[in-house]
Ligand binder design. Structure first.
Ligand SMILES: Cc1ncc(COP(=O)(O)O)c(C=O)c1O
Length: 572
């Protein structure tokens, strides 16, 4: 075991991780570390897992059968409720038969490893095949790990095709001389959120005489008019389809299944070790899943809320400079790219009471780290606003546009017919560049101050973006003059301005401090730009003092909590 110790020590150093304990499960709110949080990465899409309806069904199972089924279904553990659930699942997927497994992972492992080896099993009973047969799998490169593992265990040929690339798949099918071909795909890709082109895959299956195995873990209960999944979404039915699904996502419990033609189901029951050589899901879970299937059909409002939330988030995100990997399903991953940055975003959100999974290599390719957003029927608009607000405030981390450039972008979007003139765009860009250079020249103080004003404006309305741009420039100009003026008077600065404003902030809160700042900023700018207004003030010290007040106050109000947060619940 020496190598194991070495590996463990190496991993502890190279990939340190700590799996936190939570006090409750997301519905989508949950408790962790003594406080309430909201999850934007839960598979409990319809918030059914903690619904009174499912709890009541599970309770019945507990009372009738106890907490677990210690038997294999082949050896005394085959309760009627499992048969009933399998019939329901078969009907849901418009197939002759369904086979239950203890988890979704086990379903893929068991079914995919068994199908090409069914002949070996039958030979034990004297089966002799006519001629030789060969099997080949054709799998999308982004398929779930359990699929890849199942295929590997089967020992059959495996040809991976580029994600969603039907031409590549066709090339591989053409080249193959296997006489049994099985195309395997996720229905909804778990890390990308896009939907497999099932009609396209079926057309190829038809042309090259193949079967299509679709893992609909994230589609079942979510996609289609009645929540039947990816096949209902596209309106396709085919004998070539083998449906796989998990019961641990929209249905809120645990388990997995395949729904398929009767003869394949029979082979699996007899020859698949993951079915016969292990215990199945506990009875209370079977009853809860059965109830969940009914609930999805009878309570369409759950799916309506899920999709309304999905559309709302996508619309809000359209204003921000983030790339959404896809917007076709409730999985709406936000591409971040850099692994460390994705972690940083997750931490920023966690500090605000939002849980989100930062998905990184090896779950996705290196440099394609993302925040895997999963919308939920239980999310409120305020929760989504809060989430988007935080991304908005931190857009500069992914090279987001600065407010000036954004005014142009927003005015062209919101005013519909209004065309942004090239000179205006050029002027804004030049202003932005000047402001940015000034910010970096002035350093941290100027940057924070202008960012403070920018975030105030950003969070209120597009109109205030313009105000923000102005305030930025005024503040920067002021800050530079003050820096020059107060160069030799730091103690005065601290005692005359820093402490009073600290007092205002602590005593009266950020809101009055922010308004005091804004008013002073305005006054300072009027004084500073006196030639424009034909003011005459000779004492430069006065000007500098007022300006200093403005800068320090805005800095303090920013540091003590972004004033933008005050407005976030009233976002546009
Ligand atoms: C596409 C896909 N297939 C299979 C599984 C495994 O399902 P389960 O968690 O029910 O074992 C998952 C789980 O995340 C999945 O995303």
């Amino acid at each position: 075991m020496r190598e194991m110790r070495n590996i463990a020590a190496w991993l502890a150093e190279a990939a340190p991780h700590e799996i936190e304990c939570v006090e409750s499960l997301p519905s989508p709110t949950f408790r962790a570390k003594g406080s309430e949080q909201v999850s934007f990465s839960t598979n409990n899409y319809l918030a059914l897992a903690s619904s009174p309806r499912l709890i009541a069904a599970a309770r019945q199972g507990l009372e009738r059968y106890g907490v677990g089924n210690c038997e294999s279904r082949l050896l005394g553990g085959n309760l009627e409720i499992y048969d009933a659930l399998e019939s329901k699942l078969a009907k849901l997927k418009h197939k002759e038969s369904a086979v239950l497994f203890a988890t979704g992972y086990l379903t893929n492992l068991g079914v995919l490893s068994t199908l090409p080896r069914a002949g070996q099993y039958a030979r034990i009973y004297g089966y002799r095949s006519h001629g030789t047969h060969s099997y080949a799998y054709f799998g999308d490169q982004f398929n779930h790990l359990s699929i890849r593992e199942g295929i590997r265990m089967s020992g059959a040929d495996h040809h991976a095709f580029r994600h969603g690339d039907l031409d590549h798949l066709e090339t591989l099918l053409k080249k193959s001389d296997a006489d049994s071909r099985i195309i395997v795909t996720d229905g909804v890709f778990s890390q990308d959120g896009d939907i497999a082109d099932l009609p396209g895959l079926l057309a190829l299956a038809e042309r090259y005489d193949a079967m299509v195995y679709v893992d609909d873990a994230h589609g079942t209960g979510v996609l289609g008019k009645h929540g039947e999944g990816t096949s209902e979404h596209f309106g396709v039915k085919s004998q070539r389809l083998i449906h796989m699904g998990t019961l641990s996502k929209a249905y809120g419990a645990i388990g997995g299944f395949v729904a398929t033609d009767g003869y394949i189901a029979e082979i699996l029951r007899l020859s698949c070790a993951a079915y016969g050589f292990t215990s199945t899901l506990p009875p209370d879970q079977a009853l809860a899943v059965s109830e969940a299937i009914d609930a999805v059909r009878e309570e369409p409002e759950r799916r309506q809320r899920l999709w309304a939330n999905q559309r709302y988030l996508v619309a809000q995100m359209a204003r921000l400079p983030y790339e959404l990997v896809s917007t076709a399903t409730p999985i709406v991953p936000i591409m971040i790219g850099d692994e460390t940055l994705a972690d940083r975003y997750a931490a920023l959100l966690a500090a605000e009471g939002i849980h989100i999974d930062a998905v990184k290599f090896p779950a996705v390719p290196m440099g394609k780290a993302r925040l895997r957003v999963q919308l939920n029927a239980g999310h409120t608009r305020a929760q989504i606003d809060h989430f988007v607000g935080i991304l908005d405030e931190n857009q500069d981390l992914v090279g987001g546009e600065k407010p000036c450039a954004k005014i142009v972008a927003m005015s062209s979007r919101t005013s519909g017919s209004a065309v942004v003139r090239p000179w205006a765009k050029a002027a804004f860009t030049a202003l932005e560049r000047t402001a940015n250079s000034a910010v970096s020249a002035f350093g941290w103080l100027g940057g924070k101050t202008s960012a403070g004003f920018a975030s105030i404006a950003r969070s209120v309305s597009p109109r205030r973006y313009q105000l923000s741009a102005l305030l930025n420039l005024v503040t920067l100009a002021t800050a530079i003059l003050v820096a020059v003026d107060l160069y030799f008077d730091i103690p005065h600065l601290i005692f005359a301005y820093l402490l009073p404003i600290l007092f205002v902030t602590i005593k009266f809160g950020r809101f009055p401090a922010f308004f005091a700042t804004a008013v002073c900023g305005l006054c300072a700018s009027l004084f500073l730009y006196e030639p424009l207004l034909s003011f005459r003030i000779d004492d430069r010290q006065d000007i500098a003092e007022l300006a200093g007040f403005c800068v320090i106050a805005s800095l303090i109000s920013y540091v003590f909590g972004s004033p933008a947060k005050i407005f976030t619940s009233r976002r546009i």
